[in-house]
Ligand binder design. Structure first.
Ligand SMILES: NC(=O)c1ccc[n+]([C@@H]2O[C@H](COP(=O)([O-])OP(=O)(O)OC[C@H]3O[C@@H](n4cnc5c(N)ncnc54)[C@H](O)[C@@H]3O)[C@@H](O)[C@H]2O)c1
Length: 512
């Protein structure tokens, strides 16, 4: 029997009892001016949203049209005035309260993320923690925003003010729905902006929970709004005259379109795009840690992670030991019901995406790669999960640089292992890509580690670890992987503009 779920009113303890296939969401998923809203435009244009674990319909998305987008932007504009005039400390209090609510609701937020996205509950809890830490971090940063004082001749001086931009738009991908909404909104709001956020149409469920949490924490009506929809809705937001900035997370082709649209208004963008990152494992590595790192670099979130190190370059001498251990552990990954604590790999986000990932494996075979394990559709024993989008995690051996599995972002649980001989050679090959999101190196030689990361063309480099994203440090890409950064102090610069004020203490020295 289906449970009719009023998402917000469900207490955390009850959320722990959720089971895959039991959730049916009927309440509206848009939120602006302080409450959930239906979309008039979307009523005639509903889209099905699926539960990846079971393949059943979870809810219907009502995409927002021009009228709804305009209403959300208007609400955000109204909230911007008072919010931007508050002191950093005052804004901080609201964000700290929001972080407390996220912490208290960790279980039900994580469970809803699993139901909508398909990732394991263990990972979803960590995503909720990352969202909470991000809100907490920027709550702390809000009161530190400050300008500079510059002395000028004759006692005159100038000072700078770091001012918010206005209504910011956030557009998210489907792989970290709640976390992306928090990573974008926390710095934006801390700096005094308001936001209209559009989640991916495949994962519309949890961003609206964040909107309710901000409201409950005391945010003014309209401070953080959610409009649902796909590319049309996204385009309306990017072209809206009252929007001051767009921060986007998604694929390179969409990022290019967004940049083009936003450039018409000469507005700033943050682009967090795709990757095809290298992970380099030297023969002197601690093999146990290198194997753990390679698994973390490839199989989190069913491999659907932008920063994944999917090109695993292993020094020739240790390829056999490395491959044996990686395959042994990959085959042992428990796949299945993502709501179970024992599961480590849940379902991919959709049927078409699963098919696409499997077709990459087929193509790799045709191009001469060896499937060392996995790469097959997986059907769990539990009858209610039979329609879910599962596959066995895959390790590909005998890969060469020109193969499509090595060149293209697969965005699924597929690791390509490549052999290399020298440091110089592997650096050339690692950098031979248009992307530059992340890179990793495993070695016991500290000098080599730093020498190598200095030459790696990537925004986030890991030495002897992979895919950790503490919110205190900036995250973002080189080359076609993006523009701007999320997290860390630097992101305050991406959500503010600098005003310089000249103050004359003497007479005007006029030339006329
Ligand atoms: N760098 C990062 O931080 C990061 C994080 C997560 C995902 N990603 C990347 O995201 C991609 C997967 O996510 P996806 O499939 O949701 O990406 P996508 O580009 O298809 O969609 C992302 C978002 O953009 C919206 N959109 C699509 N077309 C648009 C348009 N013309 N105008 C405005 N909005 C539009 C979508 O509705 C969605 O909300 C991968 O390439 C992955 O590497 C990057």
């Amino acid at each position: 029997m289906l449970q009719r779920l009023a998402v917000l009113s469900r207490p955390p303890a009850a959320a722990r009892c959720l089971s895959s296939g039991s959730v049916d969401i009927t309440i509206p998923l848009n939120f602006w001016a302080g409450q959930r809203r239906t979309s008039q435009e979307g009523k005639s244009n509903k889209e099905k949203v699926y539960e990846p674990a079971t393949g059943r319909v979870l809810c219907h998305l009502e995409p927002c049209g021009a009228m709804e987008v305009d209403q959300a932007v208007k609400a955000a504009k109204l909230a911007f005035g008072p919010w931007s005039r508050m002191s950093g400390m005052e804004r901080s209090r609201v964000l700290i309260e929001a972080a407390h609510i996220i912490e208290a609701r960790r279980e039900d937020l994580a469970a809803m993320e699993v139901v909508n996205n398909g990732k394991s509950i263990t990972e979803a809890r960590l995503d909720v923690d990352s969202a909470r830490l991000c809100v907490e971090y920027y709550a702390g940063l809000a009161s530190t925003l400050a300008g500079q004082h510059v002395q000028l001749p004759g006692g005159s001086f100038a000072y700078t003010r770091r001012e918010p931009l206005g209504v910011c738009v956030g557009i998210g991908a489907w792989n970290y729905p709640f976390q992306i909404a928090a990573w974008k909104s926390a710095p934006a709001l801390a700096c005094g902006n308001s936001m209209v956020f559009k989640p991916s149409p495949m994962t519309p469920v949890t961003a609206v929970l964040l909107a309710e949490i901000y409201a409950q924490a005391g945010a003014p009506e309209g401070l953080f709004n959610v409009v649902q929809g796909g590319q049309e809705t996204g385009g309306l937001l990017c072209r809206h005259a009252d929007v001051a900035k767009v921060s986007f997370t998604g694929s390179v082709p969409t990022g290019q379109k967004i940049m083009e649209m936003v450039s018409k208004g000469v507005k700033p963008v943050t682009l967090e795009l795709g990757g095809k990152s290298p992970l380099i494992i030297f023969q002197d590595s601690d093999l146990e840690n290198a194997v753990r790192g390679a698994l973390m670099a490839n199989f989190l979130s069913q491999g659907q992670v932008c920063s994944n190190g999917t090109r695993v370059f292993v020094q020739k001498e240790i390829v056999p030991q490395f491959v044996e251990e990686v395959v042994r552990r990959t085959e042992a990954i428990p796949i299945g019901d993502p709501l179970l604590d024992s599961t480590r790999m849940g379902a991919l986000v959709s049927r078409p995406h699963l098919d696409k990932v499997l077709s990459f494996v087929d193509q790799a075979k045709k191009e001469g790669a060896t499937v060392l394990c996995g790469g097959e559709p997986f059907v769990p024993a539990d009858p209610k999960l039979r329609g879910g989008y599962y596959m066995t995690p895959c390790v590909l051996g005998d890969c060469r640089d020109e193969m499509s599995c090595v060149k293209e972002e697969i965005f699924g649980p597929v690791m390509s292992v490549l052999s290399f001989q020298t440091e110089e050679e592997v650096l050339q090959r690692a950098n031979n890509t248009t992307m530059g999101l992340a890179a990793g190196v495993f070695t016991r030689d500290v000098r080599r580690a730093h020498r190598v990361v200095e030459r790696l063309e990537a925004g986030s480099c890991f030495i002897n670890n992979y895919n950790i994203t503490p919110v205190e440090v900036p995250f973002g890409g080189f080359k076609m992987s993006g523009i701007g950064r999320e997290n860390g102090q630097v992101t305050a610069e991406h959500y503010t503009q600098l005003k310089t004020v000249f103050v004359e203490m003497g007479d005007v020295d006029s030339l006329f």
